[in-house]
Design a protein around this ligand. Structure first.
Ligand code: SAH
Length: 342
């Protein structure tokens, strides 16, 4: 297979053009065609000579995903199942918020983390997505819907910090002002808690938002839900989070999916409040999405609100995440699993 042109950042593209004996300014023109004009072939690049287009075609390809399925929720959320051209599939979700359109992207094909409540756990890990494949999810939906997406979250299939270099390069491509021009503050990385990579991310100081999938303040309960806690426990995780805040001065978001009778009691809330006391953070409470054959049930609305109020009473800022797309298998991994099981 030829190299994916979307895997190249502007510097790579300049080098590639120099190698072809071309002037470097051509790189900016081509970069703009790919990431701003969102063209799907070299022949669409009308200010590029036919000769250069042919040379590019010999080395590169566009690797445009095919849309295998598109589901539209009553609330406007749209879920895409993409064919990654190698016999695999990934999902991306488009959500509408007051402040703009947000895409939730996948970072890997399958996931190694094994969280018990997550639909992606049922998908065998195949490989990392390349930077170009991460960005293609956004470009593909922008083409399909004829829109501009303003925010991006790494909350689809996969563990973004387990695909660190490619995710960093995708962010660099997204950030480039000559291309998509999406500021780092419009990008969130969600992690199950790969501690060494949190330090590495902090040292890069790229100003994106870091979300931590916490789900419990108790090691025993967290290890039960998330095997990663056996490798990096809550105390180590908190130390890394404090380092992240110190280095970047950015507020961390803690994701907490409420599971009936497991992590949703008043004591659980108090335990969490104690853990997060004094930290620059925000808690995002998520009514858990029940997955097929899953053992966890969603907490009642009353319990969720009581949990939120208990945290707020201790000075911890907590909000309940609006449920979007609940009628279209919105939890990550659900769509891939459905198609495989059909
Ligand atoms: N691997 C990363 C990103 C993917 S999961 C991570 O763990 O953060 C994105 C978010 O969805 C995480 O906060 C995760 O805990 C949450 N999530 C996964 N399955 C869920 C489910 N069934 N219900 C509610 N939230 C879920």
């Amino acid at each position: 297979m030829k190299a994916n042109i979307k895997d190249l950042n502007l510097t790579d593209l300049k080098i590639a053009l120099e190698d072809l004996g071309e002037k470097p300014y051509r790189a900016e023109q081509i970069f703009k065609w790919i990431f701003v004009e969102n063209v799907t072939s070299f022949d669409d690049m009308t200010n590029i000579s036919k000769e250069l287009r042919e040379k590019l075609k010999e080395k590169f390809d566009f690797h445009n995903f095919n849309i295998l399925q598109k589901q539209i929720s009553k609330d406007g959320t749209k879920k895409y199942l993409f064919d990654t051209l190698d016999g695999n599939a990934i999902e991306s979700v488009l959500m509408e918020y007051k402040y703009g359109k947000t895409i939730c992207v996948s970072s890997q094909i399958g996931c190694k983390m094994g969280c018990k409540f997550c639909a992606s756990t049922g998908i065998k890990f195949a490989r990392n997505l390349t930077p170009g494949e991460i960005v293609e999810q956004l470009l593909n939906i922008q083409r399909d819907e004829n829109i501009k997406i303003s925010n991006l979250v790494f909350m689809g299939i996969g563990e973004p910090l387990d695909n660190f270099d490619n995710v960093m390069k995708a962010i660099e491509i997204l950030n480039n002002q000559k291309g998509i021009n999406m500021g780092a503050r419009h990008i969130s990385i969600s992690t199950s808690g790969l501690v060494p990579k949190i330090y590495e991310l902090a040292d890069k100081n790229i100003q994106c938002t870091l979300s931590i999938s916490l789900h419990s303040a108790d090691n025993k309960k967290r290890s039960e839900m998330m095997p990663v806690n056996n490798t990096y426990n809550i105390q180590e995780l908190m130390k890394a989070c404090k380092y992240y805040i110190e280095k970047t001065n950015r507020r961390i978001t803690f994701e907490y999916a409420l599971v009936d009778g497991v992590n949703d009691s008043y004591e659980d809330a108090m335990h969490l409040a104690k853990l997060l006391k004094g930290m620059l953070c925000h808690v995002n409470l998520i009514p858990i999405n029940k997955i097929k054959d899953g053992i966890y049930e969603k907490s009642s609305t009353d319990k969720i609100l009581a949990f939120r109020d208990a945290l707020n009473s201790k000075g911890i800022v907590a909000t309940v995440r609006r449920e979007l797309g609940s009628d279209i298998s919105s939890a990550c991994g659900q769509l891939v699993r459905q198609t495989k099981e059909e």
